[in-house]
Design a protein around this ligand. Structure first.
Ligand SMILES: Nc1ncnc2c1ncn2[C@@H]1O[C@H](COP(=O)(O)OP(=O)(O)OP(=O)(O)O)[C@@H](O)[C@H]1O
Ligand SMILES: [Mg+2]
Length: 573
């Protein structure tokens, strides 16, 4: 409960450079009287300005400065909440705003806006709108509850029920939801990126494996081709070997054949020499009858015998020479056949060694290929490296996925909490419970002012008013006096609820000109009765022109009057 103790102001509206100070706690009821413009309603502006930095009437802050003195505007209010004593001071020209708690300046370094927030949210626990709804009624600029928009009605009720904490939580939560949504979007982006990286790596790995497989297959094919070639080569080799062995086994001895030929040639040559000699001797015997050397006569018979002998020998020799010719021809053909075969053998042997070299080369090549295939199968450094990389990418992806799941879980939780904190959530459950209480209190106060209508606020704070004779009635249709009764009933209801909730309960109640305009005599009496029933905890201030009628109904009367253009206050107590 906020217990207002005193307020004072100077250079404020029509008040001059001397403090006007009003004790707010000393009397349960105070009547404030004075002529038009005397400075009575100034109290409301002083109170609203000092607490909320906002005049009650619709003027700017600078219009609060006294127009004659033009500076030094100061307002100070004292109040207590429980054991804590507060003093709030505000000034214009120079600007000042100070909050003292137990005589210690609060939060000197913080910006004025933060101190204002602290004052409204942590100390008073109500804002300008709620304050005016539970403390003030009836001045010309006052907006009655019934003329507030639905969201503003809700704001006032939330203050009264002390459930605006849910709204604060909701606005904090909105920031968190926004952050989480940003995170979630980032997450989606990251996840796509990681998953793209993983699939690109998988593709690369697939290609590497395919290349490896192709190379293995190529090598295997070369190996198989080599094997087939080797089989061919082997066949050729054994054919050649066979041919060679056939030639070797059928081939005669060159040495002896050559020797035979040479012997034959020598024999023929000998015979030819012999024939030459015999021919010479024959010629000698045919041409000579005496020896040219010894000149001895050659006997005719001898000569004849010798010619016959030599001719016979010559003939035999000639035949022998002819015989030699065919033998030599035969021996020559044998020798040349043997040498031809030997040439062929040489060729074949060279072919065989070429084939054998080929075979060995293929054998070596296949050994190498086998080795390479094993290497391709077993040791794949590129693939191993890329597999490792893929593994780390998958790990990254999984971590991101877990993180994203966490973010989306958090977001889900926030959504659940947000649903609870929404106007239709917990608050509406609480409000739902209070709405019947509001309605029964409002109707109770209406009845005590002899106004018999059935007034109901629904959960959206829209009113349904049923009169006895007509079905439904809107607030605007009622007369000014009736409207004032409804406004009063609501004011008392909010005060009652505030007292029950101990939320924005305060001792102060200021009614500005409520008695003057619309209320008739019986209405006035009923209102006075209600005011008396408010008890010792309330300090009522009634601003009125009807001083004469009301004066004996109040414990104190305060009078405002304007002297030399400045408002002055005098207190009868
Ligand atoms: N800046 C200012 N400097 C000096 N006087 C001002 C300034 N602003 C307003 N005033 C005057 O101050 C007075 C304000 O008085 P206030 O509204 O408190 O009168 P009131 O006693 O409530 O009168 P009523 O009975 O007509 O409501 C008016 O006379 C107004 O003209
Ligand atoms: Mg006034």
């Amino acid at each position: 409960m906020i217990l207002f103790e005193s307020i004072r102001w100077k250079n404020f509206l029509s008040t001059g450079d001397q403090w006007t100070e009003l004790d707010l706690q000393s009397h349960n009821s105070t009547l404030i009287v004075g002529e038009n413009g005397a400075g009575k309603s100034t109290l409301l502006d002083a109170l609203c300005f000092v607490l909320f930095n906002k005049p009650f009437r619709k003027i700017t802050k600078s219009q609060l400065v006294n127009s004659i003195n033009e500076k030094g505007t100061k307002v100070e209010v004292r109040f207590s909440i429980g054991k804590e004593e507060y003093r709030v001071f505000r000034g214009i020209k120079p600007n000042a705003f100070e909050v003292y708690k137990n005589n210690k300046l609060v939060d000197q370094d913080a910006a004025a806006k933060d101190t204002q927030k602290y004052l409204e949210q942590s100390v008073l626990k109500l804002n300008f709108k709620s304050f005016t709804q539970v403390v003030i009624l009836g001045s010309s600029t006052f907006v009655p509850f019934m003329q507030l928009s639905a969201p503003h009605r809700r704001e006032v009720i939330e203050d009264l029920l002390d459930i605006n904490i849910f709204s604060s939580m909701n606005s904090l939560l909105k920031d968190r939801i926004r952050d989480a949504q940003t995170q979630s979007r980032d997450c989606d982006h990251m996840l796509t990126m990681h998953s793209q990286r993983v699939s690109a790596q998988e593709k690369l790995l697939g290609q590497l494996r395919e290349v490896n497989q192709n190379r293995q297959e190529e090598k295997q094919k070369k190996y198989d081709d080599n094997l087939a070639t080797m089989q061919d080569v082997y066949k050729q080799k054994s054919n050649l070997a066979n041919e060679i062995s056939n030639i070797v086994s059928s081939m005669g001895d060159y040495e002896s054949a050559a020797k035979t030929l040479s012997t034959l040639r020598q024999g023929q040559s000998d015979k030819k020499s012999e024939l030459k000699l015999i021919s010479k001797e024959l010629k000698f015997y045919q041409e000579h009858d005496e020896c040219p050397t010894c000149q001895q006569f050659i006997d005719k018979d001898f000569k004849f015998a010798m010619v016959g002998n030599k001719t016979g020998k010559g003939k035999a020799l000639a035949e022998e020479i002819v015989q030699f010719n065919s033998d030599i021809k035969e021996a020559t053909s044998i020798v040349s056949a043997i040498s031809e075969q030997s040439m062929k053998l040489k060729e074949l042997n060279s072919d065989l060694s070429a084939i054998e070299r080929d075979y060995v080369r293929l054998e070596f090549e296949n050994l190498r290929i086998q080795d390479e295939i094993i290497k391709l199968q077993q040791s794949t450094p590129n693939i191993d490296q890329e597999e490792e990389h893929l593994f780390s990418l998958q790990k990254d992806y999984n971590i991101t996925k877990d993180d994203c799941a966490e973010v989306s879980r958090t977001l889900d939780e926030y959504q659940v909490v947000s649903n609870l904190l929404k106007d239709s959530g917990i608050k509406s459950q609480i409000i739902k419970k209070y709405v019947p209480i509001f309605n029964s209190l409002i109707n109770k106060y209406l009845q005590s002012m002899d106004f018999f209508v059935n007034f109901t606020l629904d959960e959206e704070f829209n009113e349904v008013i049923k009169s006895r004779f007509r079905d439904e009635f809107s607030y605007a249709s009622f007369s000014e006096g009736e409207k004032q009764k409804i406004d009063l009933a609501l004011l008392f209801t909010w005060r009652e609820v505030a007292r029950m909730k101990n939320s924005v309960a305060t001792n102060l109640l200021i009614l500005d000109e409520v008695f003057d305009s619309s209320l008739d005599t019986s209405g006035t009496n009923e209102l006075l009765q209600i005011l008396r029933s408010l008890g010792n905890n309330t300090n009522v201030f009634v601003i009125s022109h009807k001083g004469e009628i009301l004066v004996d109904k109040f414990l104190r009367t305060v009078k405002f009057e304007k002297i030399n253009d400045f408002s002055k206050m005098s207190d009868d107590s």
